[in-house]
Design a protein around this ligand. Sequence first.
Ligand code: UD1
Length: 421
Amino acid sequence: MDSIVVKGGAALSGVIPIAGAKNAALTLMPATLLTDEPLTLTNVPRLSDIKTTNELLSSLGTEVAVMQDGQIIVLDTAEITNHTAHYDIVRKMRASILVLGPMLARDGHAIVSLPGGCAIGARPVDMHLKGLEAMGAKIELKEGYIHATAPSGLKGATYELPFASVGATENILMAATLAKGTTVLKNAAREPEIVDLADCLIKMGAQIEGAGSSTITIQGVDKLHGATHPVVTDRIELGTYMLAPVIAGGEVELLGGRIDLLEAFCEKLDAAGVSIQETKRGLKVSRRSDLTKAVDVTTEPFPGFPTDLQAQMMAMLCTARGSSTLKETIFENRFMHAPELIRMGANIDVQGGVATVTGVDKLKGAPVMATDLRASVSLILAGLAAEGETIVSRVYHLDRGYERLEEKLMACGASIERVTA
Ligand code: UD1
C-alpha cells in the first residue's frame, strides 16, 4: 500500500492550478442517464472516484470515452441496459446513490445498493428516498438494495427537505427534470456544485429556477438532450492549498481560485492573520506574520464554513497562537484526524462534536494513518511544517479527492514523495 512521506520545514513558493470539483463531477456524470444523447464534461478532475463513477455508469450501459488524459469525458447512454447498481461498485463511493433519481425518472425503475463511502458517520439516504416517494415512486429495501419503481412515471410534487442535504437535493433535482408537472424543492442545499448541476441540466433542456437558493422549482420536460459543460472549480481543493502556505510559510498563487466559492472560510483565514489577494489568475495567499491566531469555527451547509475543510483548518490551528474551538455540525464522527495530529504533538481535546485546539510551537513528524479523504490531507498539511518526517499511510483515501497532490506541492518547494510498498 502506498504512503506519502513529507519532510517539514520548507517554505512554499509558486503556483498551484486548481482542478474541477470532484463533488460537482460526481453529480454531473450521472446526469447522462437522463438523456439518450452524449453529455460531454470538460475540466474533469483526474481522481479515483471519477474512475469508479465511469465503472458504475459503464455497468448501467453508458459508453464512456475518456480524453485529454482524463480531463474530458464523453458519456453516451443511448439506452440504460442494466438498471441495477451493484454493491461491489456502490460500496466504494457513497455518491453512487446519485444514479437512482435519473434512472427512475427516465425508465421508471432502478435498483441501487445502499451506499458505503467515507467512515465519517451513519450517512443514511432517507431524504433521497422520501423526496422520490413524494414524486410517486414506490420504494422497497430488500437485502441491502433499494428497489424503486414508478410504473407510470414520476409526478411533480412539493417536498421540503428536513435538512439541506447536498446529495438528496441533487438526486431529487435530476429526477424532477423528467417528472410530469412542477416540483418545488424547499430547504434545498445551496452549494456551488448544485448550481453547476442545474446549469448543466438547463443546457440539456431542463427548466429549473432558483438553484443556489433554498427553493428550487423544476418544470418537468418530456426529454433532455446532449450538452457540453465545464466542471466548476473545486472549492475544497482550493481551500486545502490555501492553507499550505499558511502552515508552511511562503506565498502560493492558486490558479482559478475565487473568494465567492469560499467566503466563510476566507473570513476565518483573515481573522487568523492570513493575507488573501485576488489576482488576474486566481488568489495569492500568505500569512501576515509568522504566527497565525486562534479562531473559532462551526461547520455549516453552504454558505457556511464547509465540513470538508474542517480537518485541514484543524491542522492549521494546531500551531496558531491561543485556543480555538472547531464545532462539527454536519457529520457526527468527523474528528478522526485529531488523534493522528495529537501523535504529531498537537494539543487537541475532543468532547462530542466540539474540538478544542490549543496552539503549540511546533508539530513533530510521526507515522500517521489516513482515515478518510479530508483527514488524510490534513495530516499532509501538518507534515509540511512539522519537524522531521511525517509518513502518512493508507493514502488511497487521498487519491479519491486530490489529483497529483505530490506534484502540485513539490512544484512549490515542498519535500514530499510517494512511496510504493
Ligand atoms: C456531500 C459531499 C461531501 C460533503 C457533504 C456536506 C459529495 C459527493 N459529497 O455529501 O463531500 O461533506 O456533502 O457538505 O458531494 N443525511 C441524512 N439523510 C439523507 C442524506 C443526508 O441523514 O438522506 C445526513 C448525513 O448523514 C449527514 C448530513 O445529512 O450527516 C449531510 O449530508 P449530505 O449533505 O447529504 O452530504 P452528501 O451529499 O453525502
